[in-house]
Every structure is written in C-alpha cells, then in structure tokens.
Ligand binder design. Structure first.
Ligand code: ADP
Ligand code: ADP
Length: 230
C-alpha cells in the first residue's frame, strides 16, 4: 500500500548565477506505516524535500502523489485543504501560539478548518504523548521538551495519515532530537502514522526502519533497517 510516490523531482532556487539546485532528480516510494528517516549534511536538500512532500513548496519539476492524488495539480486552496487532512507537520521550532493553552494549541488545526475538535481523540493523543496534565497550561509555561510533545499532538489532531517532522539541529537539541524519535515511534504505533523524519543524527536515524541519505539534492543510499517497532 503506497502512500507517497515521487517521480523525477527537481527544485531549483534562484536564476542564472544565483541558481541553487536543492533537489536534483529524486524518485521515491513510501509504503503506509513506514518509518523513514532522511539524513544528510546541511544543505543537502532535506528540508526542501520535506517541504515539497508537505505541499509547502512547489517543485520546479516532477510529480508528488500523496494517497494517489497529485499534490501540485490542485489549486492552492484545494492543496491547503488536502494538506490539512492528510499531512501532519512538526516544525523545528514548534510554532506554538504563546497566548493559547496546550489544549487550544492542539485544537488549532481544527479551528482553522472550522471543525469541532474530536475531544476524545485529542485526549487520547495527549495521554499517549504524556501531556494530558498540561492541557490547561500556556505554551510559555512549558519546557522545550513539553513544547515538542504539544507540537506533535497538534500535528496528529486531524488524524493525518502521514507525519512529517524536521528535527531541531545543534548539540543543545540532542535531547529533543531523541525525544522526537520517541514521539514518532509512539505516533506510528498508536495512531498508525507513516513517518518521515529529517535528522542530521545518524544514531537517531538508525532507530527508524529505513534510512535515506541525501547528498547535493540526490538520494545516495536507501537502506532498510531493523528499526524499533515491535
Ligand atoms: P538541508 O535541510 O539538508 O540543510 P535545504 O533543503 O535547507 O538543506 O537546502 C538545500 C539547498 O537549497 C541549500 O543550498 C540551501 O542554501 C538552498 N535553499 C534552501 N531554501 C532556499 C531558499 N528559500 N532560497 C534559496 N536557496 C534555498
Ligand atoms: P525539561 O527537563 O523537560 O526541559 P524543565 O526543567 O525545563 O523540563 O521544566 C520542568 C517543569 O517546570 C515542566 O513541567 C514545566 O511545565 C515547568 N516549567 C518550566 N518553565 C516554566 C515557566 N516559565 N513557568 C511555569 N512552569 C514552567
């Protein structure tokens, strides 16, 4: 059961002398409930690839199908709706709203979609991710690790089928990087998510089920691993 199918993907920023080829011909197929990590040096194209799969950036050429639908054949408004329904995105800097409580932050995608949040589901997510007792706190009252849990809970709130996560970089974030992996494993196990995790940390990537290495915008290796999933 294929959930992501990418063909002939290219992304070029700028023009002429200022041109950067961020993605240079990527073909990639991801099966449902796979846990894929994407590694590579800074500038190798990891974030660009994730942003394109997340529908946040348009490729220069090539095709991206999510759940059999071509992401860039749609109008922008349709893509936004499609994206919210199918794709959960965890950003490096969490992007929580400080004036909102934990619960309100998690419900934000529902509010933006003019939907009533599924309270039972959101309670289960908060419990599984270990933040239920923080639901009434403001985002500013949380530790970095807790903010990350909330960011993952928010990404899960509309029950997407695929979860994209961009790991914070830098040594100080080592602990958050490890926690993000743990949260992704929980999301896969309890909420049947397909996971794409961008990381610069090989030790973290080794705990996933498939490691893709990028270099200069190309896939230079794609390896099945043991992973941790039981
Ligand atoms: P990584 O996530 O692996 O560090 P990126 O996808 O961020 O790599 O970047 C890939 C290449 O594209 C880099 O050379 C980067 O400088 C360039 N790039 C990324 N985003 C932009 C942008 N918005 N405008 C111009 N160049 C960009
Ligand atoms: P961690 O080890 O996960 O980074 P911290 O030591 O930063 O955790 O925080 C421990 C506890 O203190 C957390 O439960 C958090 O909710 C609470 N806390 C942290 N910063 C604040 C703050 N500015 N106001 C209120 N509570 C806070």
């Amino acid at each position: 059961d294929i959930i992501v199918e990418i063909k002939g993907l290219e992304k070029t920023y700028g023009k002429n002398e200022a041109e950067t080829k961020a993605i240079q011909g990527i073909d990639l197929t991801i099966a449902r409930e796979e846990f894929v990590s994407i590694v590579g040096k800074s500038g190798s194209g990891k974030s660009t690839l994730l942003n394109i799969i997340g529908g946040l950036e348009r490729p220069t050429s090539g095709e991206v199908q999510i759940e059999g639908t071509n992401l860039f054949d749609m109008k922008d408004t349709s893509r936004t709706i499609f994206r919210r329904k199918h794709i959960g995105y965890v950003f490096q800097f969490f992007n929580l709203i400080p004036e909102m409580t934990v619960y309100e932050n998690i419900c934000l995608p529902s509010y933006l979609d003019h939907k009533d949040p599924d309270e039972d589901f959101i309670q289960t997510v908060m419990e599984k991710l270990g933040i239920y007792e923080k639901k009434g706190k403001y985002a500013t009252e949380l530790s970095g690790g807790e903010q990350q849990r909330v960011a993952v809970a928010r990404a899960l709130s509309l029950k997407p089928s695929i979860l994209l996560a961009d790991e914070p970089s830098g040594n100080l974030d080592k602990k958050n990087g490890e926690q993000l992996l743990e949260l992704m494993l929980l999301s896969q196990r309890y909420f049947d998510q397909t996971i794409l995790l961008v990381t610069h940390d090989l030790e973290i990537a080794r705990l996933s089920q498939r490691m893709i290495v990028l270099e200069d915008g190309k896939i230079i290796s794609d390896t099945a691993l043991e992973g941790e999933k039981s």
